[in-house]
Design a binder for this molecule. Structure first.
Ligand SMILES: Cc1cc2nc3c(=O)[nH]c(=O)nc-3n(C[C@H](O)[C@H](O)[C@H](O)COP(=O)(O)OP(=O)(O)OC[C@H]3O[C@@H](n4cnc5c(N)ncnc54)[C@H](O)[C@@H]3O)c2cc1C
Length: 407
């Protein structure tokens, strides 16, 4: 029995697998070990959290049942946006304007921190800063986007509203108005995770894999993790950074697993739209689009309420064809044929916001559930917040993401 749900997280070949990862030193767990913090999961969340905790001077052990960077992170399209899936104007209605503005601002800080920290650590993850173009759709039409522009300006965000004629003139996209968001970010998610893991390991963090955590005994004096066929790991605190394989004893908090599909075209650097900005839509379901440094166009979307991997994969061919068709229609200047296609489980949250913090009824245990389209932005938010919570300084926004929040 595992401490977490087991899933077939992804299928197909993500474009990132063309790149070789740097060596990540992994140890074999042959005897019981002790540490300040055990981080379960070596994807982008575990990597960023371990880097933050080791930077705070804590002795960190990371355990992963697959190995470093083998989970959902490989499937990510890694549009690293501060703009949360749920528009600020809509989120304000659901959770109140004050809270909605605070979580949006915190998301902006997380993207800025990710950019700054990645630079400071000299990680090369083919990262780039890009504006974003948020196109009108069935969630927000032109009037809705105008109201959203005002809501964002009020909260302090630098945004511009473009009428459909301006969108056509500047980007060659017809019939859509848009909001331009500034200075979002993108990267190769595998290289990014490898860079953060290696930064933590260079500071003394130990990565053990494959090691499956099967049970967690938590008390006010510390945590003991049992492992499959292996010795125990003793820690003062434990962090579940297990992505879409939720820990069984952690409350779901309204989060659920759905499915998403992605294609990447062949490289076509000369056909990329002006600025090569990130493109996404105020639509349900929506498309999310970016480029790679070689000029592949990556397009994801077609999300469906399917948790089962076999059911998801039965739709792979049809969903790929739909993505090719929709991408070609939206961006007629590119060749939308799919050179790569893949699918993955995806964590959906009710408000597009994450759940991060102490797990109820499990003393000294924390969870980072960065569910919603901004998963990696939320990995950084979790790194910042858990550093404060575990190192003792706390976090001013912990109430917005805690398990005990009322929304
Ligand atoms: C197709 C797709 C597109 C996406 N696009 C974006 C995007 O554009 N922007 C964005 O910000 N986010 C995006 N996301 C979301 C983002 O990729 C995820 O939030 C992120 O990769 C999750 O990282 P993680 O480290 O939490 O999980 P993972 O990478 O899955 O890592 C979790 C690890 O935990 C390990 N584990 C689980 N249980 C145990 C156990 N019991 N013992 C030991 N180890 C265990 C697993 O083996 C795994 O390696 C996308 C996701 C998908 C699937």
């Amino acid at each position: 029995m595992s401490a977490t749900v087991e899933r077939d997280l992804r299928t197909g070949r993500a474009v990132w697998l063309e790149r070789k990862l740097p060596v990540i030193h992994t140890k074999t767990l042959t005897r019981a070990v002790s540490c300040d913090v055990l981080v379960v999961g070596a994807g982008i969340s575990g990597a960023i959290i371990s880097e933050a905790l080791s930077d705070a001077g804590l002795n960190v052990v990371i355990a992963d049942r697959r190995g470093a960077v083998q989970g959902s992170t490989v499937a990510s399209t890694a549009l690293l946006q501060y703009e949360i899936d749920t528009p600020l104007s809509v989120l304000s209605e659901r959770i109140g304007r004050d809270r909605a503005e605070r979580i949006w601002r915190r998301s902006r800080l997380a993207v800025d921190a990710l950019r700054e920290r990645t630079r400071a650590l000299r990680i090369n993850a083919e990262q780039a800063t890009r504006d974003s173009l948020y196109l009108s759709g069935n969630v927000l039409d032109a009037a809705g986007l105008q109201a959203e522009t005002e809501a964002r300006r009020r909260a302090g965000f630098e945004v511009a509203f473009l009428k459909s004629a301006e969108v056509f003139e500047q980007y060659g996209i017809t019939g859509r108005s848009a909001i331009v968001g500034r200075d979002n970010y993108m990267a190769d998610p595998r290289l990014l995770a490898a860079g953060y893991l290696n930064a933590a390991i260079a500071r003394g963090a130990r990565l053990y894999a494959p090691v499956e955590v099967t049970d967690v005994e938590a008390s006010t004096s510390g945590v003991t993790a049992a492992t499959k066929d292996g010795p125990e790991i003793n820690a003062k605190s434990l962090v579940f950074a297990t992505g879409y394989e939720m820990a069984k004893r952690v409350p779901k908090k309204g989060n659920k697993i759905i499915s998403t599909w992605v294609i990447a075209t062949k490289p076509q650097p000369r056909k990329i739209w002006p600025t090569g900005c990130i493109i996404w839509e105020a639509n349900d379901p929506y498309l999310y689009i970016r480029t790679t440094p070689e000029g592949h166009v990556i397009c994801g979307g077609e999300d469906a309420e399917i948790a089962d991997a076999d059911e998801r994969d039965a739709l792979n061919e049809a969903k790929t064809a739909t993505l090719v068709r929709k991408l070609g229609k939206l961006l007629p200047m590119i060749d939308a044929e799919a050179d790569f296609s893949w699918s993955g489980s995806f964590g959906d949250s009710k408000t597009g916001t994450p759940t991060i913090g102490p797990v109820p009824k499990m003393p000294n245990c924390y969870s980072a559930m960065g569910y919603g389209g901004n998963g990696i932005t939320f990995s950084m938010m979790a790194g910042q917040m858990l550093r404060g919570m575990i190192a003792g300084t706390g976090d001013p926004d912990s109430d917005l993401v805690s398990f005990t929040r009322r929304f």
